[in-house]
Design a binder for this molecule. Structure first.
Ligand code: UDP
Length: 480
């Protein structure tokens, strides 16, 4: 009798942020469906957000589980319960989270050596993971959580620094050396890049780049057909080994999977679906700015007024606490009953985007949200705030032409409470452009075509499906 073929065992270790854990847990589930034994490393509070999903997968026979690692809260000077970037409430707390990620090296190494998996997929925020894996001769793959396009823009900016000789903050400059003409302004870049200063993040980025160069390669939550020129650029010009294996959100097939994805939702799934079912196709705008954004009170007020003035139907996800509702126009919710649904807290985003009543998405252009909109075939109103979101806006509006910009001009992660970045008139204009008339229809039909390509990519024989199989075959050869 021949011996059983070796089943690959892969560790998945995401950064403690929804925008990283959600896609990496989906990725682990995808790998498990391709016959891998998948182990996801999470801290206790974060594990609780995913345990039901993983339990459901195990019930279907997949070999997937969570292993806990304690988050060094006390050592990093963080308060009880702060195990996630979305629990950070002040600018001063951010470096402490990054400190905690450094302190995870020792306990992680212990787990890793004990279990000795065949491969490690670890987040960019753990640059030390490459060394830990290399010591045992285990390949480490890097997960950035962004596209090959954004990685290419980032490398071009870092290498050429085209903003350095630009006087004005609002003057356009071209990012050189890329397949398309991408124009940005200095105001759309992070402070540290614009000012050439160092902080905890820039120091970490240097380590990240170094560690990537000695790692096995990069796994990308995107699909080749979405960004063929950048998929090529990343490999051929930047010389990286990379596998496009997404969109990973497509592993959520039924409503329960889609609605319990990465957090407890603040609205009942059935209530949400009943509300949407009462609306015509493509008549609802979904408004959500991800898991980390902080809007000023003044900005929320202008957004409320812009949405009201547009006359369109919408679902609006608001992250503000209930006690901070002074931003709501007097009687706003009552007046717009039936037309506008406000979700305070966490929305079942993929469930909403996939509903046929949804015809547009006002988004901060976080990569997951952008890709989820593409996958659902929904065009976007782009409102970037920080991180690489201004680059993503250009992909959506100028390259793919599946969205309109709202007119955001300034990179800002911690806005003053009185600051208005986009005025209500501009919001109203963008909503009307997308939701009413011919231009919106054109954007929608291009978005739909991309959505079809996304679904094909992960089906048997599709590009992402084949890429994942090729990666697994290669890994199997390394550990027979
Ligand atoms: N998300 C969600 N409900 C919400 C807010 C966010 O399901 O109310 C999910 C969204 O579907 C996406 C992730 O959280 O998968 C956010 O990631 P993204 O990269 O878009 O933005 P970030 O939160 O990292 O800024």
């Amino acid at each position: 009798m021949g011996s059983k073929p070796h089943k690959l065992h892969i560790y998945f270790f995401p950064m403690m942020a929804h925008g990283h854990m959600i896609p990496m847990v989906d990725m682990a589930r995808l790998f498990a469906r391709h016959g891998v034994k998948a182990t996801i490393i999470l801290t206790p509070l974060n594990a609780a957000l995913f345990s039901r999903t993983i339990e459901r997968d195990r019930e279907t026979g997949l070999e997937i589980s969570i292993r806990l690692i304690n988050f060094p809260l006390v050592e990093a000077g963080l308060p009880e319960g702060c195990e996630n970037l979305s629990s950070v409430t002040s600018r001063e707390m951010s470096p402490k989270i990054y400190k905690a990620t450094e302190l995870l090296q020792e306990p992680f190494q212990q787990l890793f050596e004990e279990d000795h998996p065949d491969c490690l997929v670890a987040d960019l925020f753990f640059p030390w993971a490459t060394e830990v894996a290399n010591k045992l001769g285990i390949p480490r793959l890097v997960f950035y959580g962004i596209s090959a396009y954004a990685l290419s823009v980032y490398h071009a900016l870092r290498c050429h620094k085209p903003y350095q000789h630009i006087e004005s903050d609002s003057e356009d400059f071209i990012v050189p050396g890329l397949p398309d003409t991408i124009k940005l302004t200095k105001r759309q870049l992070p402070d540290h890049m614009r000012e050439g200063t160092e902080n905890h993040l820039t120091k970490m980025i240097e380590k990240v780049i170094k560690s990537e160069l000695s790692s096995y390669g990069v796994v990308i939550n995107s699909f080749h057909e979405l960004e063929p020129a950048y998929s090529e650029h990343f490999r051929k010009v930047l010389g990286r080994r990379a596998w496009h294996i997404g969109p990973v959100s497509l592993c959520n097939r039924d409503n329960e999977d889609k609605s319990c994805r990465g957090n407890q939702t603040s609205i009942d799934e059935h209530e949400c679906l009943t509300w949407l079912a009462s609306k015509k196709s493509n008549s609802v705008l979904y408004v959500c700015f991800g898991s980390l954004s902080r809007s000023s009170t003044a900005q929320l007020l202008d957004l409320a007024m812009g949405l009201e003035a547009s006359g369109q139907q919408f679902i609006w996800v608001v992250r503000k606490e209930k006690t901070e509702e002074e931003w709501l126009l007097e009687g706003f919710e009552k007046r717009l009953e039936g037309r506008g649904l406000i979700i305070r807290g966490w929305a079942p985003q993929v469930l909403i985007l996939d509903h046929e009543a949804v015809g547009g998405f006002m988004t901060h252009c976080g990569w997951n949200s952008t890709l989820e909109a593409v996958t659902a075939g929904v065009p976007m109103i782009t409102w970037p705030l920080f991180a690489e979101q201004f680059y993503n806006e250009k992909l959506v509006t100028d390259i793919l032409r599946i969205g309109v910009g709202v007119g955001a001009q300034e990179w800002c992660q911690w806005p003053d409470d009185s600051k208005v970045f986009v005025k209500k008139e501009d919001i109203e204009k963008a909503v009307t452009r997308l939701m009413v008339g011919e231009e919106g229809e054109e954007l929608r039909s291009r978005a739909r075509a991309l959505g079809d390509m996304a679904k094909k990519a992960v089906e048997k024989g599709g590009s992402s499906y084949s890429n994942l199989n090729a990666l697994l075959e290669e890994l199997k050869l390394k550990c027979p």
